[in-house]
Design a protein around this ligand. Structure first.
Ligand code: TMP
Length: 223
């Protein structure tokens, strides 16, 4: 899908505790201040069905095989893309999504050692080929991320993985960033303010590049 005539899809990625959810909220607030219509969403979840899938994935006490887990993530995505993301983009809204296709490659291919080629195909099926316009990979050493995630409270099923699992996931994100110019690596150990400033600058650059695409909805941007 081309950029002209639709909103932007902006995704946030990183291991647990990387600060992506905080940064998504800050960017949403900043864009709303600039009078852009914003939809904040997340995977797994983001739809009533997706929230049920999320509960199964994140809070299940029983063992879930890597293959079953994969199907659940992909089902969630397919439903989310068709019911939330594409309709919002078509309404020229800015869609900010906490995790998307890169999470599946980082966690299921690198973390769980499932076939990347197969996962690329499944992501394509789930998204209908839709790709983010820009992705922020908030990078943090594994131990620092896990410390932060633990300090937030109870660990969920996926938070309980070993640090070697997260080291593989992080490697996966680096691999994706090397291959895709849309992925911006951000040093997640900086202050939340400094990270936000970098993210906002990149997004504003992208918006000015495609200014006409989103100005036709009558929005009156403030400086
Ligand atoms: P969250 O902590 O960002 O809410 O995400 C929930 C967990 O789901 C997190 O451990 C990452 C994992 N996940 C995958 O393993 N594959 C995926 O495709 C997605 C979207 C999330």
């Amino acid at each position: 899908m081309g950029l002209k005539g639709r909103g932007l899809l902006i995704t946030f990625e990183g291991i647990e505790g990387s600060g992506k959810t905080t940064q998504l909220k800050r960017l949403a607030a900043a864009l709303k201040k600039q009078r852009y219509p914003v939809v904040s969403t997340h995977e797994p979840g983001g739809t009533p069905l997706g929230e049920k899938i999320r509960t199964l994935l994140v809070h299940s006490k029983t063992k879930i095989s890597p293959e079953t887990e994969l199907f659940l993530f992909v089902s969630d995505r397919s439903n989310h893309v068709r019911n939330v993301i594409i309709p919002s983009l078509q309404k020229k809204q800015m869609v900010l999504c906490d995790r998307f296709t890169d999470s599946t490659i980082a966690y299921q291919a690198f973390g769980r050692s499932l076939s990347q080629k197969l996962l690329d195909g499944m992501n394509k099926l789930a998204t209908g080929g839709l790709k983010p316009d820009i992705t922020f990979f908030l990078d943090l050493p594994v131990q620092a991320g896990l410390r932060r995630a633990k300090s937030r409270g109870a660990l969920n099923r996926l938070d309980r993985e070993s640090s070697t699992f997260y080291a593989r996931v992080r490697k996966g994100y680096y691999f994706l960033a090397r291959k895709n110019s849309r992925i911006v690596i951000i040093d997640g150990s900086q202050s939340a303010e400094a990270i936000h400033a970098q993210i906002l600058q990149k997004v504003n650059m992208l918006l000015s590049k495609f200014g006409q695409a989103s100005s036709s909805n009558g929005r009156n941007r403030s400086k």
